[in-house]
Design a protein around this ligand. Structure first.
Ligand code: NOJ
Length: 562
């Protein structure tokens, strides 16, 4: 068992534009985060991951960086950042930055130079190609819809963008660009930040020659993930980054890597690899989609058996060989209580059950803002109320193709990233106490009921439960390091597993449904031996035969008494 601080940490993710606005301009800011440090300390978390706060025109809410060395004006100044970092450190909290290495904004000074002429020294910082018979250079589909290529009249060539056209991809074959990036990462480390989440890092290398993807139906564009994800060159870049820049500082690092399973993930995080500490995997985020990537919009009913299979595979394959980053939601995903729980009658209880799941797995837990009060998806009736570039592109694309508007809106209500981006609900005053101005995106109407102030006053709230659970996890070596074993793999409703470390053993039982299933005590466990550590219902039931009778969305965590 290899003990390190980032394995024992609980991370809280802040999407700063929607967290807390301190100056009434309707956008969250650094001062807003500063004002909520007490709240975060009380919650018991250790690390704050802040989504991008760098200078940016904001087409993708900061994931389009125009200056890596400056803070976006709406968020404040570099002095505000320094003050926040200092105060966080004073309280024993760590700060993890979100860095985008795959692309910049099209307003970055490098891109202005790059696009200005074919012979500009920075031309090669980005990926430029001429068209093929008046067509785009290849058939790759962008994550945000349409082709990855954008024609630029200035030099009559195309540049590649895996995301929006405002996010041109960098060319990591250019050694000078790479050096500038390494220097930038170093600059932030010297400032004293404690870690990085590397955005879209799986994609920084593209297949040699940028070949078109297999396209039997001859479509204009097709998903081509395997041609720009997790290629060998990504590993050599990360290895170098770690060796030259990261290692002396020992920051916590997590890479965003879609399109891989745990065996492949070991190439990034294996203890022998010298690359990253953790990766965010995506397999469980597609259990309710017909296919991965852009296929996310096509909903399918999810099955608990499939979710268990995926999570258990990651738990077991990485045990002793790597380390998991566990999450059920973030700024790109729907709200977990709406997706995997019940955001109606059993909202509180199912949010607590899901929290129990995340906080009792092996790996570092990541809590996304609002999860700790059970915030839900939003269903704005009108597309004009949405802000997310991916959502807008999806809407426009399918309206243009003549698809039924109601079907499109249904998909948006389920999967739009704006579900997780409505402002944090602090209290029941206007705009949920998020801003005194006009919020950049509307607050979810349910803020009068679901908000931090109400949760503070209710001992049975999701928030109080999170606080207890985090405290329990932090004290428990078995919950952090213990080996995971799945029970009842075929049960459609119950997710149960044990965690074992030496003589210590925990049993976690989660009912993922609104019904009342029964289960036997697992082998080796009896009711008398099992001491309840935490649960989310007041009274627990057994059947007359002594089996466990679960209530809707019930969660129980037991410790084995010797
Ligand atoms: C992943 C980020 O989480 C997402 O919000 C962003 O749009 C893309 N990468 C592009 O940077």
């Amino acid at each position: 068992m290899h003990i390190v601080w980032w394995k024992e940490s609980v991370v809280y993710q802040i999407y700063p534009i929607s967290f807390k606005d301190s100056d009434g301009d309707g956008h969250g800011d650094l001062q807003g985060i500063y004002e909520k440090l007490d709240y975060l300390t009380d919650l018991g978390i250790d690390v704050i991951w802040i989504c991008p706060i760098y200078e940016s025109p904001g087409y993708d809410n900061g994931y389009d960086i125009s200056d890596y060395y400056a803070i976006m004006r709406k968020f404040g100044t570099m002095d505000d950042f320094d003050r926040l970092l200092e105060e966080a450190h004073r309280r024993g909290l760590k700060i993890m930055m979100d860095l985008v290495l795959n692309h910049t904004s099209d307003e970055h000074a490098w891109f202005a130079e790059s696009r200005s002429s074919k012979v500009n020294p920075k031309r090669d910082y980005y990926i430029w190609r001429s068209g093929k018979n008046g067509q785009v250079p290849n058939n790759w589909e962008s994550y945000f819809g349409g082709s990855v290529w954008k024609h630029d009249p200035e030099t009559n060539e195309y540049y590649l963008h895996l995301y929006s056209e405002h996010q041109p991809d960098l060319n990591w074959n250019n050694a000078q660009m790479a050096e500038e990036m390494y220097g930038m990462v170093h600059w932030w480390l010297q400032k004293g930040v404690d870690g990085f989440r590397f955005d879209a890092v799986a994609h920084i290398a593209k297949a040699e020659g940028l070949p078109s993807a297999h396209n039997p139906d001859n479509l204009p564009v097709v998903p081509a993930y395997q041609l720009f994800s997790n290629l060998e060159q990504v590993h050599s870049i990360l290895n170098k980054l770690n060796d030259m820049i990261l290692k002396p500082y020992g920051p916590m690092t997590v890479g965003e890597t879609s399109g891989l399973g745990p065996e492949q993930a070991l190439a990034y995080i294996g203890t022998d690899r010298n690359e990253l500490n953790m990766v965010f995997q995506f397999e469980h985020m597609f259990v309710d989609a017909k296919s991965s990537g852009i296929g996310k919009w096509n909903y399918r009913e999810w099955k608990l058996t499939e979710l268990k299979e995926i999570m258990s595979r990651w738990q077991t394959v990485l045990h002793g060989r790597g380390w998991n980053a566990n999450y059920m939601g973030n700024h790109d995903q729907p709200r977990p209580v709406s997706r995997f729980g019940d955001d109606g009658r059993y909202r509180v209880r199912s949010a607590q059950m899901l929290a129990t799941w995340m906080l009792t797995l092996e790996g570092t837990p990541y809590i996304y803002q609002g999860e700790e009060i059970g915030m839900t998806n939003v269903a704005f009736p009108n597309i004009d109320q949405y802000r997310d570039i991916e959502t807008m592109n999806y809407y426009r694309h399918y309206i243009a193709q003549g698809r039924d508007k109601n079907d499109i809106m249904e998909a948006i209500w389920k999967k739009s990233r704006d579900n997780a981006r409505t402002p944090m609900q602090w209290d029941d005053t206007e705009h949920a106490g998020f801003t005194e101005g006009q919020p950049w995106i509307q607050v979810n109407d349910n803020y009068t009921e679901i908000n931090v102030a109400a949760a503070e006053n209710d001992p049975g709230s999701v928030l109080h439960y999170y606080r207890k659970l985090i405290a329990i996890r932090k004290k428990s070596k078995v919950l952090i390091y213990g080996e995971y074993e799945l029970l009842l793999p075929d049960d459609p409703d119950i997710y149960a597993y044990t965690r074992t470390l030496g003589d210590e053993k925990m049993l976690i039982i989660l009912n993922f449904r609104g019904n009342e299933p029964e289960m036997h005590w697992p082998e080796g466990w009896t009711e008398n031996q099992a001491k309840l550590v935490i649960g989310n219902v007041k009274r627990r039931y057994s059947t007359d035969e002594g089996t466990i009778l679960l209530q809707p969305y019930e969660a129980r965590v037991y410790m084995m008494q010797s």
